[in-house]
Ligand binder design. Structure first.
Ligand code: 0PR
Length: 365
């Protein structure tokens, strides 16, 4: 490192030049993150120095974390749900599988999940030494429940369903998965990292949450459709004993036990996430989701008018298409099956969709 420090002006001009190398959000059609809401930014800045890893020192911030969990619990039809704010879907999924492993006490634990599961489950299974059993999807890109039932055995400690798949935006048949989980007494974890901030605000919400009696844990990410600052995820569980299974002693902290994966945890994005929900309310979230779904359907219609067919009609705001040439500077992504994928996040406004359609139409004419 330098011996003599830089001037602030010089430093920030360097940082600004690096920031200009980042892709402008206007062209990002591949991301599940978006620009944070101004109230999230304001709240984040206000709570910048807080550390939820030692909650006794930050009791006000800690009570806001509890309020966030309670708000999400209410939204997911179980106001008494327990949980905590994580760094995102990856951590929530690791912790959910850890809970399932700790509480089931199997000697050779396996996890039954759909082929569409996010790669965070691969990381989780490797870390936790659990066998991963991938279940094929049906023709609508949803988990095949019959195949899931056949794959479970007496060593299955967790069934996973996805509410809003990363690649195709589908919601797995969670009512049936809940029945299967109850019948076999298996932990059902729902990965609603993306869909958790979408499905409750749809005109016709699909069942995915604690209203299904078999659901024991849910991952949801405010840093995706919740417009919070990054990193902001949450893990919710049905019963307190489930998180208690993760407790370790923390002798010299202000609390004597901790069940989180991280030690030091930022309070800022947690308060940012809560700020958005409080500021927008249900009404504001419904309007946000309505807009994203309208843009998704317009994009699908527009693409099909150019002969670029949809793969499926998604349950949430992720649209997929048969392969086509995409001109720069647009940033889209490709699914593992080679389909073009676009996430209609809140920063992807209606006029951006029109501009993109015009460009892709001309390129593929
Ligand atoms: N579960 C689901 C259903 C997800 O879609 C994701 C991430 C995760 C879990 C993991 O969440 P974290 O990344 O918060 O740990 N889905 C996006 C993806 O992998 C994340 C993303 C966001 C990727 C923005 C790229 C990007 O620009 O595609």
């Amino acid at each position: 490192m330098r011996y003599k420090g830089r001037t602030e002006e010089d430093l920030f001009s360097f940082l600004a030049s690096k920031k200009r190398e980042d892709t402008c959000h206007e062209y990002i059609l591949s991301s599940m993150c978006t620009l944070p809401h101004p109230v999230a930014v304001r709240a984040h800045t206000m709570f910048m120095e807080t550390n939820l890893g030692d909650p006794g020192l930050f009791q006000g911030t800690s009570s806001l974390e509890h309020l966030l969990i309670r708000t999400l619990g209410e939204l997911f039809h179980h106001p008494d749900a327990c949980g905590y704010a994580t760094s995102g879907g990856t951590e929530s999924n690791i912790q959910a599988l850890r809970i399932a492993k700790m509480t089931s006490k199997k000697t050779r634990p396996n996890v039954v999940l759909p082929e569409s599961a996010h790669f965070s489950f691969k990381k989780a299974c490797e870390i936790l030494c659990m066998e991963m059993r991938c279940i094929p999807l049906d023709e609508h890109y949803r988990m095949d429940v019959q195949a899931a039932a056949e794959a479970t055995d007496d060593q299955t400690c967790c069934l996973v369903g996805i509410a809003g798949t990363t690649e195709y935006g589908m919601v797995d048949p969670l009512t049936e998965l809940s029945l299967l989980a109850m019948e076999r007494d298996i932990h059902l974890h729902v990965d609603a990292a993306f869909g958790g901030m979408v499905i409750p605000f749809l005109e016709r919400p699909l069942p995915f949450d604690f209203s299904l009696p078999g659901v024991r844990s849910i991952a949801v990410d405010p840093h995706k459709m919740g417009l919070s600052t990054i990193p902001s995820g949450c893990l919710l569980v049905r019963d307190p004993e489930l998180v208690c299974s993760l407790s370790v002693d923390t002798p010299y902290l202000t609390v004597k036990q901790e069940f989180t994966l991280s030690g030091t945890r930022p309070g800022a994005p947690v308060v940012g996430a809560l700020a958005v929900l409080e500021y927008l309310g249900r009404e504001g979230m419904e309007a946000l989701v309505r807009g994203c779904m309208k843009n998704t359907l317009r994009l699908i219609d527009g693409m099909e008018a150019y002969g670029i067919a949809r793969v499926v009609t998604p349950d949430v705001n992720v649209a997929t298409f048969s392969p086509a040439k995409v001109p720069p500077p647009w940033r889209i992504s490709m699914t593992r099956r080679g389909h073009l994928r676009i996430v209609c996040m809140p920063h992807v406004h209606a006029d951006i969709i029109e501009k993109f359609l015009k460009d892709i139409g001309e390129t593929n004419a």
